[in-house]
Design a protein around this ligand. Structure first.
Ligand SMILES: O=C(O)CCC(=O)C(=O)O
Length: 316
């Protein structure tokens, strides 16, 4: 459903024009130029991995060149369990940290993201913006519910703190901000201590992606507030994350973000075009890697979808 109410449109990703604008696709001349984009380009690879009429070949990823580095600081926190963790980093600033978080943190993040942040009084979400509420649908979610037949399949995003303005792709004004959950605030600071930078969270976007059936288009994140890295935590089914080196018609790289991965856009990659063309279903992925949280309702949702929680600092 689409609304022309300006207050709602401001935050409505159900509106295809907003999506085009967010991904920059409606800039004059850009679309037709991209029809001829090389097959190794970000644009062409995005279209390929999004295809539903064929099964894309995920064994032929164009992986970024990562170097492994050791921890900068040893932080004593219940959130961190560095056993077996590794930090992969590209020369241009993309970092992927594997096995960095404790199981307890991942369970609490999943529980809060799905069952708390979706409440009308806590965050703003895509259904509130078109005059609908999620609270009853969340309460009715059961451990044997099937997402593709459930109203929760329409949940796409929640914004917290300075609510993201999808039309302009900038953070909303500070005076309309909601409070930020303590868990996310402390997590942002904790990751900053581990990796050696200061971070003060004032906004978060949580994306919800039903497996095999959702994506986020090519976009740059809010180039006007590049005062801190953007950090995201992936939960549930694996998402194919893409990043470019320049424009959409230049080379694109991809890497799977798995349950528990921390992905950081830093350095030159802070302003890089990126996208998630595909979420791999739990059955298709290597299920051994997916450690369940023990909360049956949460695990059931995470087996059928992916949640990505971004930690953002808009103001210095
Ligand atoms: O889901 C992801 O990994 C990326 C999310 C993203 O690009 C965004 O929230 O801007």
């Amino acid at each position: 459903m689409m609304t022309l109410d300006p207050e709602r449109m401001f935050y409505n990703t159900g509106n295809s024009k907003n999506t085009e604008k967010r991904s920059g696709m409606c800039m004059a001349g850009k679309n037709s130029d991209l029809e001829n984009a090389p097959i190794n380009s970000l644009h062409a690879r995005f279209k390929y991995f999004k295809r539903k009429d064929i099964k894309p070949d995920f064994s032929k990823l164009n992986s970024p060149i990562f170097e492994e580095r050791s921890f900068l600081s040893n932080v004593d926190s219940w959130m961190i369990d560095s056993t077996g963790s590794k930090i992969l980093e590209t020369k241009t600033g993309l970092k992927i940290c594997k096995n960095l978080f404790s199981d307890e943190l991942l369970r609490r993040l999943g529980e809060e993201a799905l069952f708390e942040y979706t409440k009308t009084e806590v965050g703003r979400n895509n259904l509130i913006n078109v005059g609908r509420t999620l609270t009853d649908k969340i309460e009715q979610w059961t451990s044997d519910a099937i997402l593709k037949k459930n109203p929760l399949k329409e949940l796409r995003w929640v914004t917290l703190g300075r609510h993201h303005n999808w039309l302009e792709t900038i953070p909303g004004s500070a005076d309309k901000a909601s409070s930020i959950p303590v868990l996310l605030k402390e997590l942002g600071e904790c990751i900053g201590r581990v990796l050696g930078f200061s971070f003060r969270l004032d906004a978060s976007i949580i994306n919800f992606y039903p497996a095999n059936n959702s994506s986020i288009g090519i976009h740059r994140d809010d180039i006007d507030y590049q005062i801190a890295p953007i950090m995201t935590i992936s939960l549930g089914c694996s998402g194919l994350f893409q990043i470019g080196i320049g424009e959409r018609d230049q080379e694109g790289f991809e890497v799977f973000l798995e349950h528990g991965d921390l992905c950081i856009l830093d350095g030159a990659d802070r302003s890089a075009f990126h996208a998630v063309p595909r979420i791999i279903s739990f059955e298709e992925a290597n299920t051994e890697k997916f450690k369940l949280s023990g909360n049956n309702e949460l695990d059931s949702y995470l087996r059928q979808s992916r949640i990505n929680i971004s930690l953002r600092q808009c103001k210095s």
